[in-house]
Design a protein around this ligand. Structure first.
Ligand SMILES: [Zn+2]
Length: 276
């Protein structure tokens, strides 16, 4: 399977000189992951247009969402941009299938007008939406995809089995998540990076002390502990905030530190493609 990290930022993409980013931050755009073999997109941030253009992706069959938060959803209109036929009187639009869990349906109804927007996209026939149970499994080609509801109940990960390969993708919100036995020892785990109050390589302070616990945000050391518990053959960390001050050489040093401590991990970057 060919999996591409279209965007590896979290809620704080690296806009030019934004208030909340560190000067050394690596350029990252909003969170999105694309599985090429299935033509399946996970999440649509506000940066999705440029991500799809950069990666020359123009025909998406399936869309999934991790949760309703704006950093994962505010590019919802991409389904219209991508699929609608603006040329013919009788539009010959393309259509993508969007899967939404019951939990997400309730959240999309409550927040940001997402459900109204999805209904509009259905009406103009650029998406077909299907509402699933929170623990559903679907099959596309020979691949099964199971929704994994997290301890933060608004959010979901995806447990994917393709031939003999097992992949766990959790885009965000892993606070207090206890992985079941089933998702352990997977071939690949994709997990959120969490955040650091001090640079984990230089120990320079980045954020005001206590802010992460105050906000209930996951710390990087919690993400690493979860990765060790899942014990994938290889872990990829994504959803990396522009408030992190890790430059390229520090990212490499951090990967080395993790490797020396027994965790085979890559810190993902925009455009990273992995073959599993
Ligand atoms: Zn997020």
């Amino acid at each position: 399977m060919k999996i591409e990290f279209l965007g590896t930022a979290g809620g704080v993409p690296s806009l030019y000189k934004s208030v909340s980013q560190h000067k050394d931050t690596v350029q990252r755009t909003g969170p999105a992951i694309y599985i090429h073999d299935l033509q399946l997109l996970i999440d649509t941030s506000e940066d999705i247009f440029y991500q799809l253009r950069r990666s020359q992706i123009y025909d998406i069959k399936y869309g999934l969402y991790s949760h309703w938060h704006p950093d994962h959803t505010m590019g919802l209109r991409i389904w219209e941009t991508l699929n609608y036929d603006f040329i013919n009187k009788i539009p010959q639009s393309k259509m993508s299938k969007i899967y939404i869990t019951k939990q997400q349906k309730a959240d999309f109804k409550k927040y940001l007008g997402h459900w109204d927007h999805l209904n509009y996209l259905s009406e103009i026939a650029v998406i077909e939406k299907e509402v699933l149970e929170n623990n559903s499994t679907i099959n596309i080609k020979d691949v099964s995809i199971e929704w994994v509801q997290l301890a933060e109940e608004i959010a979901f990960g995806f447990y994917i089995i393709a031939n003999t390969q097992r992949i766990l993708i959790i885009p965000d919100e892993i606070k207090n998540y206890k992985p079941s036995q089933k998702v352990k020892e997977v071939d690949v785990a994709i997990l959120p990076f969490g955040s650091n109050e001090v640079n984990p390589v230089t120990h320079e302070r980045i954020l005001e002390a206590g802010i992460l616990d105050g906000l209930g945000e996951t710390r990087f050391d919690e993400s690493v502990a979860l990765a060790r518990e899942i014990n994938a053959k290889h872990t990829y960390f994504t959803h990396i905030e522009a408030t992190e001050s890790l430059n390229k050489s520090q990212l490499m040093m951090l990967e080395q530190q993790l490797k020396q401590s027994g965790l085979d991990a890559t810190i993902a970057y925009d455009g990273l493609i992995i073959q599993i």
